[in-house]
Design a protein around this ligand. Structure first.
Ligand code: FES
Ligand code: FES
Length: 175
C-alpha cells in the first residue's frame, strides 16, 4: 500500500467497500475517484453548492467536507443507491415528470436532500421543502419545478406508505 494511505472500510449503498485512502481524502474524492460513483457532483468543493450531497445515516451531508476515514461504520447512500428493484425512487421519477432537471448538475444533490426530508415527512410544505433544499444551488431551473417535484414525490410516498400499512381496524366498540 502506498505510504500515507490506510485501508478504510466504507458501507456505501448497502455494500462494504474497502479502499486505500489518505487521511485527508474527502468522501467525495473516494466516491468519485476510487469507487467510480460519479453521481455525486464536484461543484465548488468547498461546501457552498450542495452538488455533492449524500446521505450519512439517513441525513444529508456534504461529501466534499467529509473525511472518508471518519466514516467507517456509517451508512452512506449516494444517488446510485436510490433506485430499487421496482425502478427509480419516487423523487427521481418526480424530477423527471416535472421537468425539474435541466443541465442536471445539481440534481443528484437536490434529490438526496429531498429524500432525507420526505423520509422524515412526506407531507412537507413548500416552505419546508425550500428550507431543506436551501443548501442546494441550481443555476437553471428557478426552483419552482424542483419544489413541485419534491411535493409530488412526497404525496406518492405517503400514498405508497398507506397502501403498505393500511390502518388497523379499531379495537374499540362502537360509540
Ligand atoms: S461540491 Fe460540495 S458543496 Fe459544492
Ligand atoms: S438543473 Fe442545472 S444547476 Fe440545477
Amino acid at each position: 500500500m502506498p505510504v500515507g494511505k490506510r485501508i478504510c472500510a466504507l458501507r456505501v449503498n448497502g455494500e462494504l467497500r474497502e479502499v486505500a485512502v489518505e487521511g485527508t481524502a474527502t468522501l467525495l474524492e473516494v466516491l468519485r475517484y476510487e469507487l467510480g460513483l460519479t453521481g455525486s457532483k464536484q461543484g465548488c468543493d468547498e461546501g457552498d453548492c450542495g452538488a455533492c450531497t449524500v446521505l450519512i445515516d439517513g441525513r444529508p451531508a456534504l461529501a466534499c467536507l467529509s473525511l472518508a476515514v471518519t466514516l467507517e461504520g456509517r451508512e452512506i447512500t449516494t444517488i446510485e443507491g436510490l433506485a430499487g428493484p421496482k425502478g427509480l425512487h419516487p423523487v427521481q421519477d418526480a424530477f423527471d415528470e416535472h421537468g425539474a432537471a435541466q443541465c442536471g448538475f445539481c440534481t443528484p444533490g437536490m434529490i438526496m436532500s429531498a429524500k432525507a426530508l420526505l423520509d422524515r415527512d412526506p407531507e412537507a410544505t413548500a416552505d419546508e421543502v425550500r428550507t431543506a433544499l436551501a443548501g442546494n444551488l441550481c443555476r437553471c431551473t428557478g426552483y419552482v419545478k424542483i419544489i413541485d417535484a419534491v411535493r409530488a414525490a412526497g404525496a406518492r410516498m405517503k400514498r405508497e406508505q398507506s397502501e403498505r400499512s393500511p390502518r388497523e381496524p379499531s379495537s374499540g366498540g362502537d360509540a
